[in-house]
Design a binder for this molecule. Structure first.
Ligand SMILES: *[C@@H]1O[C@H](CO)[C@@H](O)[C@H](O)[C@H]1NC(C)=O
Ligand SMILES: *[C@@H]1O[C@H](CO)[C@@H](O)[C@H](O)[C@H]1NC(C)=O
Ligand SMILES: *[C@@H]1O[C@H](CO)[C@@H](O)[C@H](O)[C@H]1NC(C)=O
Length: 250
């Protein structure tokens, strides 16, 4: 919320849209969280954003099937009956919504998952909620290692309990690696690996066991990145600008 307000101010001060406001980022991995408290849609939205990332997005049947039999509010709603359906995660108009037969109904502006398909419901009715927790994000902006570090930390501060940092590892499932490779605009992406005080360390303080790291790297090679082509750690000049990953702190 703070960031949106900030952008708003900038736009008004300079009368032009400042591209930096529109942070381009892609969720590399997320996990669904099923919350069994019965609440109205607005409360569900707030709860999911405070404790996790957002209400969940369900774009097709495959995604819905992966959630099994869970039912509850999801992140789809419209402002009024004549409005456009939108996903809570952005301004994007929803398309190809997998409605159940006979759905949606007028006067019902919020959406819940029922079995596989979706139904409209009265936003003030009480239902369980399906949240999503984004645990690995690729930020498609060019930043130095320090700037990237700060960006991840700032993601934590938007009225949410979840905290992010540069990742403390470079190991990731193959599906994540593929998504990172396909979405990054740079060959390397910064991770939370740093040479300081004569030692390599991960941001969480865990020991680094990567055999090819030099004990005494040249001054211009004190930061670690993931080379997205071969999925190996590459050491680089911290002042170079690259895309980067932010991962949720455990
Ligand atoms: C469902 O959506 C996911 C994520 O957007 C996509 O990867 C997958 O191919 C889609 N599946 C179908 C059957 O459309
Ligand atoms: C969403 O739909 C509304 C109404 O149809 C339209 O005015 C608007 O341009 C659309 N926005 C996007 C991003 O497609
Ligand atoms: C939604 O539910 C509330 C509470 O049950 C009710 O007061 C309201 O009239 C309903 N709205 C519509 C459009 O049916």
């Amino acid at each position: 919320m703070e960031r949106i307000f900030h952008c708003f101010l900038l736009i008004h001060l300079f009368f032009s849209v400042i591209p930096e406001c529109a942070t381009a980022s892609i969720v590399i991995s997320s996990v669904p969280v099923y919350v069994t408290s019965k609440v109205d849609w607005w409360f569900a939205l707030k709860h999911c954003r405070t404790h996790y990332s957002d209400l969940i997005t369900i774009r097709n049947e495959t995604e819905s099937e992966e959630l099994g039999g869970y039912k509850g509010w999801i992140g789809l709603h419209r402002q009024a009956s004549d409005g456009v359906w939108k996903w809570s995660g952005g301004d994007e108009n929803a398309s190809n919504i997998i409605w159940a037969n006979g759905e949606p109904h007028s006067g019902e502006d919020c959406v819940y998952k029922s079995y596989i398909r979706l139904k409209s419901g009265n936003c003030s009715h009480l239902k369980y909620m399906l949240c999503t927790e984004e645990n690995l994000i690729l930020v498609q902006e060019m930043k130095t290692w320090e700037e990237a570090y700060e960006h991840c930390e700032e993601l934590s501060a938007e009225g949410s309990m979840r905290k992010y940092t540069l990742p403390n590892s470079f190991a990731s499932p193959a599906s994540n690696r593929k998504k990172i490779r396909e979405s990054t605009t740079t060959n390397e992406v910064w991770i939370g690996l740093r040479f300081l005080a004569d030692k390599w360390f991960w941001l969480n303080g865990k020991p680094v066991s990567i055999s090819h790291l030099p004990n005494c790297p040249p001054p211009m090679q004190h930061c670690g990145a993931l080379d997205t082509n071969d999925n190996k750690v590459k050491i680089m000049d911290c002042s170079e600008k690259r895309n980067f990953l932010c991962s949720m702190k455990p």
